[in-house]
Design a protein around this ligand. Structure first.
Ligand SMILES: *[C@@H]1O[C@H](CO)[C@@H](O)[C@H](O)[C@H]1NC(C)=O
Ligand SMILES: *[C@@H]1O[C@H](CO)[C@@H](O)[C@H](O)[C@H]1NC(C)=O
Ligand SMILES: *[C@@H]1O[C@H](CO)[C@@H](O)[C@H](O)[C@H]1NC(C)=O
Ligand SMILES: *[C@@H]1O[C@H](CO)[C@@H](O)[C@H](O)[C@H]1NC(C)=O
Ligand SMILES: *[C@@H]1O[C@H](CO)[C@@H](O)[C@H](O)[C@H]1NC(C)=O
Ligand SMILES: *[C@@H]1O[C@H](CO)[C@@H](O)[C@H](O)[C@H]1NC(C)=O
Ligand SMILES: *[C@@H]1O[C@H](CO)[C@@H](O)[C@H](O)[C@H]1NC(C)=O
Length: 384
């Protein structure tokens, strides 16, 4: 028993055998914006959520929001990556997190840093690769672990939080991705946090190339995630792989036309997940607002639902500062607010109801029980 559905205490006795879509929602990007401008001004350069938009999505049946934040803002360069946080930025982030989780939503804390730290100005390519021992300016694996120990400790009692430990590592040895991922997992568990951890891979964590080498530069040893990340261990077995997918000609999500063969490009990774008893979340996917793209996105979500191994998805993207960005589904103002949401995403979400709104975030297969006290706290009510 790992999953509790609001209003159905009887469901406490029901255990899950097959993965289902436990988490569905959107990214609310913005906390990482204007990354060339540090620290930047809240509400101008960066902002996490518009509360009205969050209400819209949660009232519409979604239950998950992925919240990007910038490491160089939460750990300023003056003090470096580690356990010393900028309390102002942390409070801005925590205010958004608490708003969403107090309404029963799940929040994926997304460290939006491409496994790099110290110069986000030209993301995704600038900055030292974390743990690169031949770069004297690079933050270490231990620094990264110390950061996650501190952040997870601060959310230890918020069962609706999910740890998205790193956005889109790329162009680095896959062995170093493994080393950093494992150190973050160990640090979070050592801190006592039990929530779901999302584990990224190399190659911008692309689901479509999970079984392939991912670097142009072969000397970097970008071995397939499928070969290297099978070494990941979690003492609580409460992790899922974190994957992204875009549908344009270079899978970058920067073109309106959908020309890749989705979801068939996910079939290899789906089989790998099934054969190895893993679960995964598609935490970024987005496509233009046209019939070909709608079909690709719709068929991809159907594939996730039928796979038995994908436990969630969050669309890219909502967010308060996007303006007329072509992928924005921010209510009222986003170009896709009146198309992708009602025509493609909402029909799927309607079929998931009621979605889990309370209970420890879980991979749907691992063995984490929320203790009685934790569950009662989360419900705000005494169990019979
Ligand atoms: C939030 O969204 C509402 C509704 O779309 C809009 O009226 C309001 O201006 C937005 N607030 C901020 C701070 O962006
Ligand atoms: C901490 O963050 C706040 C809000 O962004 C900013 O005003 C302040 O300058 C930051 N402090 C440091 C040391 O970066
Ligand atoms: C690690 O640092 C060295 C020295 O700065 C650099 O040549 C190398 O490209 C870096 N490795 C990666 C993966 O960035
Ligand atoms: C992708 O499509 C765009 C047009 O939308 C084109 O300009 C670009 O050259 C194409 N890139 C590749 C890698 O085919
Ligand atoms: C996956 O789980 C099934 C059923 O519990 C088990 O029979 C199988 O050996 C597992 N496979 C792997 C690779 O762990
Ligand atoms: C979407 O529809 C709403 C309600 O009809 C409207 O207020 C809003 O301007 C529309 N948004 C766009 C981007 O067309
Ligand atoms: C999505 O796919 C389902 C089943 O494959 C189909 O019934 C539905 O009409 C599709 N929706 C759109 C918007 O194409």
């Amino acid at each position: 028993m790992r999953v509790f559905r609001a209003g159905a205490i009887a469901a406490l006795a029901v255990s899950q055998t097959v993965a289902e879509i436990l988490y569905a929602g959107v990214n609310s990007a913005g906390g990482e914006f204007a990354q060339q401008n540090l620290p930047g001004a809240f509400g101008v350069d960066y902002q996490f959520i518009n509360e009205t938009a969050i209400d819209f999505f949660l009232n519409g049946g979604m239950n998950t929001v992925r919240l990007p934040f910038l490491l160089e803002r939460i750990c300023p360069l003056e003090t470096g990556l580690g356990s010393t946080l900028n309390e102002t930025y942390f409070t801005e982030l925590a205010t958004a997190v608490n708003y969403i989780t107090s309404k029963g939503g799940y929040v994926i804390l997304d460290s939006h840093n491409y496994m790099r730290y110290n110069d986000p100005s030209m993301q995704p390519f600038s900055g030292s690769v974390i743990g690169n021992s031949s770069d004297p300016k690079a933050a270490t694996t231990e620094d990264l672990a110390a950061f996650w120990a501190e952040l997870s400790r601060r959310f230890i009692v918020n069962t609706n939080v999910i740890f998205g430990i790193m956005n889109e590592p790329h162009d680095m040895p896959t062995a170093l991705v493994l080393q950093n991922d494992q150190a973050m997992i160990n640090a979070i568990r050592a801190a006592g946090a039990q929530q779901l951890i999302l584990v990224p891979g190399n190659g911008f964590t692309g689901g479509h190339r999970w079984l392939e080498n991912t670097c142009q530069d072969e000397s970097l040893e970008c071995l397939p995630n499928s070969e290297v990340l099978s070494a990941i261990t979690d003492p609580l077995d409460n992790f899922a792989f974190d994957m992204h997918l875009y549908f344009d000609n270079d899978t970058s999500g920067t073109h309106e036309e959908c020309t890749t063969k989705a979801p068939s490009n996910l079939f290899p990774v789906t089989t790998w997940l099934q054969e190895n008893n893993y679960t995964a979340i598609l935490s970024e996917f987005g496509a233009g607002a046209n019939p070909t793209c709608f079909e690709s996105v719709n068929d991809t979500i159907t594939h996730l639902e039928e796979s038995g191994v994908f436990i969630g998805w969050t669309y890219w993207s909502a967010g308060p500062l996007w303006g007329d960005y072509f992928l924005s589904i921010e209510p009222d103002e986003g170009p896709q607010a009146n198309s992708t949401w009602p025509e493609v995403l909402e029909p799927h979400v309607k079929r998931y109801q009621p979605m889990m709104k309370c209970g420890l975030s879980t991979n749907g297969k691992g063995g984490v029980d929320l203790d009685r006290k934790g569950l009662e706290g989360c419900l705000g009510a005494k169990l019979p």
